[in-house]
Write a protein that binds this ligand. Structure first.
Ligand code: MG
Length: 450
């Protein structure tokens, strides 16, 4: 045999061997090894057959994504809620469905990468919310197939239960806030977020008060110096009344020029906060470097980032103590576990965002991650009206400040679509209707972030 013929013979023989040991996946357009086929024995090949957004809660504030498969009755659900752009989400889900229907739902990572890149301009808040819905649903399906809760797929339990922080009732007097914190402690919470009458509270000049320019805003206006004087006094008051035991948190919700943010963090040092959240504007994150050199008040940031790569500097430069995001904003469980794993390596803990506008499916996804990550810090609480719980059977429930993940397969929460449809006109959640985010302004009319 000539050398050329020998090379052709070897090449052909190799190709024949490969064909004999591999099967072609009809759904994923990829070759499966013989071992992979064997590992899947007993689990028939699956296809995604349909992906659809379901809007629920008053005004359609919640968007739930349902991913259906070729196996009758097997589907997954995910969270894609956004009360500030709720009308854009269903369209974004439908675009992602164009690339995913017909695929194998087992291929979560590849589906995520393809969907993330599908808009080319990928730092895209709307796409990432829609993608979160799809991604959570795929993890839900995989858990149901494996007959395991999602936290088992993520590595298994790291803790008996997930502690959540409560929101003290947002009273406008120091005494009222103290009452609210006491109520949270009585309900079993060890971590309590304290605000003085909502975001910016403590820094507002009431309507008609102060020296106002002609044509300026007539309503309440924000003054950062007033805030920086008032809020440290509130925490000093609470420590005097409640002692050192309750772990107290505060959300500054951006509102400040950078040096004022640092001043606030320094003045809060004697009150020993569990964390100070989002004290710097999203656009001024580099000031965290100076913050780090100036104060030991623990920092949590930044729930308004939506693209996984944006978290790299905050974590790798150890600029914050708690990395914070809503699982349904960064693209779902797939990127969330990567951000959390990176944070673990740098000694940064997690504090996943919830909030009154958030749905039970996101809360469940966060709870599964919280259960399985070793560098868990704290989880923001959420709670739902009785009719909302009926529409989402299996929704996570707080028990004296803790979430106890169930052994139900998948995310463990389902949607009753008939009951969910009734929530659209329900009055119980009108406070969280879709809306335009209302800005605060300074006395001369200047816009205050966020
Ligand atoms: Mg916040």
């Amino acid at each position: 045999m000539q050398p050329m013929q020998r090379r052709d013979f070897i090449r052909e023989t190799f190709a024949r061997c490969l064909a004999a040991s591999a099967a072609f996946s009809p759904v994923g357009q990829r070759f499966l090894s013989a071992q992979e086929v064997s590992a899947r024995r007993g689990m028939p090949p699956l296809k995604i057959t349909r992906i659809r957004p379901i809007q629920t809660r008053a005004g359609g504030a919640w968007t739930i994504v349902k991913v259906e498969t070729s196996e009758p009755g097997l589907y997954g659900i995910g969270s894609a809620s956004d009360i500030f752009r709720h009308g854009s989400i269903p369209a974004a889900v439908e675009v992602l469905a164009q690339g995913l229907v017909g695929r194998d739902p087992d291929e979560i990572e590849d589906s995520w990468q393809a969907s993330y890149m599908s808009s080319l301009w990928r730092n895209n808040a709307i796409t990432n919310v829609a993608l979160s819905g799809v991604d959570m649903a795929l993890w839900d399906i995989k858990g149901k197939r494996a007959n395991m809760p999602v936290y088992q797929l993520l590595g298994g339990r790291c803790r008996a239960a997930v502690p959540c922080y409560d929101h003290a009732r947002e009273e406008t007097t120091f005494e009222g806030v103290e009452e609210g914190v006491r109520r949270s402690i009585e309900a079993g919470f060890t971590h309590i977020r304290v605000q003085l009458g909502g975001y910016g509270g403590g820094g507002f000049i009431d309507a008609g008060q102060g020296e106002r320019p002609k044509g300026g805003p007539p309503g309440r206006v924000f003054d950062e110096d007033l805030y920086v004087q008032t809020i440290p006094r509130l925490f000093e008051y609470l420590r005097n009344k409640l002692g050192a035991k309750p772990k107290l948190l505060h959300d500054a919700q951006e509102h400040f020029s950078p040096v004022k943010a640092i001043q606030l963090a320094k003045r809060l040092e004697p009150s020993d906060l569990f964390f100070l959240e989002d004290v710097l504007n999203l656009e001024q994150l580099s000031w965290y470097r100076m913050m780090r050199q100036s104060t030991v008040t623990p920092q949590a940031a930044h729930e308004k980032l939506t693209s996984p790569a944006e978290y790299i500097p905050l974590i790798s430069e150890k600029l914050v103590d708690f990395i914070r995001f809503r699982v349904a904003k960064v693209g779902g469980i797939t990127p969330a576990r990567k951000i959390a794993a990176m944070a673990e390596l740098y000694g940064v803990r997690t504090a996943f965002q919830e909030g009154g506008d958030n749905d039970p499916v996101n809360f469940a996804a966060a709870m599964h991650l919280d259960t399985a990550i070793v560098n868990f810090g704290i989880q923001e609480e959420n709670h739902f009206a009785p009719e909302e719980l009926e529409a989402f059977p299996g929704a996570p429930l707080l028990e004296r400040g803790y979430l106890y993940p169930s052994a139900r397969p998948g995310l463990g929460v389902d949607i009753d679509e008939a009951k969910a449809a009734k929530l659209l006109s329900s009055g119980s959640s009108r406070r969280n209707m879709p809306r335009y985010y209302p800005p605060d302004r300074k006395i001369d009319g200047t816009f205050v972030r966020p």
